[in-house]
Ligand binder design. Structure first.
Ligand code: NAP
Length: 242
């Protein structure tokens, strides 16, 4: 259970982040969810957490790629919740294209959101974790960061970078009781993946179907409570990257 714990979930308004927020709320955690612009979806998630599980839940509009905005938001969360115990770096985007034609701005935008965004949150939450002598960081990577994927050099680089970030932060903060792990999902049915019925890669999934956001949330719940696990990367991918 996560009773008495406060969790930040970036990108908690939709898809995988929404499922993780609801799962943590069902385990008794208070929730601070960050979103980019979809206020209605964010409010729906905080209402769900409060009404279904009776937990405290607030939404904060914050672009994770903005170092100062993240700093201010974490300060506000500290004022509202007193402290933070769990951080889930889930916010992510794609801007797919072949490397030959990829625009610099598309490469930068994906790296700034998916990789630097996680660094910003870790950087501004680490002080709270150190003071508490405990902390749990979960970074949502991707099997693309392990295997690569044609047409996604920016996204794959961001997710491979996130795995390196995870292992380095795990080593650095383990002596202070702070754990850092990653989840590498495969094909999960969300707005990001859209309609995949025609995607030939689906036929390569040993378990024969896409995963659900709840499948990823299940792994996040495990990592949030697995006190002797750090620096790990858990695949939730139906076996595609084995
Ligand atoms: P999604 O449905 O597109 O949702 C993305 C979430 O991220 C939304 O809550 C969005 O907020 C938020 N977001 C986007 N840019 C942001 C920014 N700059 N600052 C703050 N929040 C931002 O995506 P998803 O499929 O759930 O993916 C979640 C994570 O899992 C991503 O990191 C993705 O790379 C990873 N992943 C997904 C899959 C998959 O198959 N779906 C597979 C592997 C890894 P708004 O609602 O306000 O727009």
């Amino acid at each position: 259970m996560l009773t008495g714990k406060t969790a930040i979930v970036t990108g908690g308004s939709r898809g995988i982040g929404r499922a993780i927020a609801c799962k943590f709320a069902s385990m008794g955690a208070s929730l601070a969810i960050l979103y980019a612009g979809n206020e209605e979806a964010a409010r729906e998630v905080t209402d769900l957490c409060r009404q279904n599980y009776g937990t405290e839940a607030r939404a904060y509009r914050c672009d994770v790629s903005d170092f100062e905005a993240v700093k201010e938001t974490v300060e506000q969360i500290k004022t509202d919740f007193r402290t933070v115990h769990i951080l889930v770096n889930n916010a992510g985007i794609t801007r797919d294209g072949l490397v030959l034609r990829m625009k610099e701005e598309d490469f930068d935008r994906v790296l700034d959101t998916n990789l630097k965004g996680a660094f910003h949150l870790i950087r501004h939450c680490a002080g709270l974790f150190l003071r508490n002598r405990e902390g749990c960081i979960i970074n949502i990577a991707s099997v693309t960061g392990l295997m690569g994927n044609a047409g996604q050099c920016n996204y794959a680089a961001s997710k491979a970078g996130l795995i390196g970030l995870t292992k380095s932060v795990a080593r650095e903060l383990a002596p202070r009781g702070i754990r850092c792990n990653a989840i590498a999902p495969g094909f999960i049915a969300t707005d990001m993946t859209g309609d995949q019925k025609e995607n030939p890669l689906l036929g390569q999934i040993p378990l024969g179907k896409m995963g659900s956001p709840e499948d990823v949330a299940h792994a996040a719940a495990y990592l949030a409570t697995a006190k002797y696990v750090t620096g790990d990367v858990i695949r939730v991918d139906g076996g595609i990257a084995m």
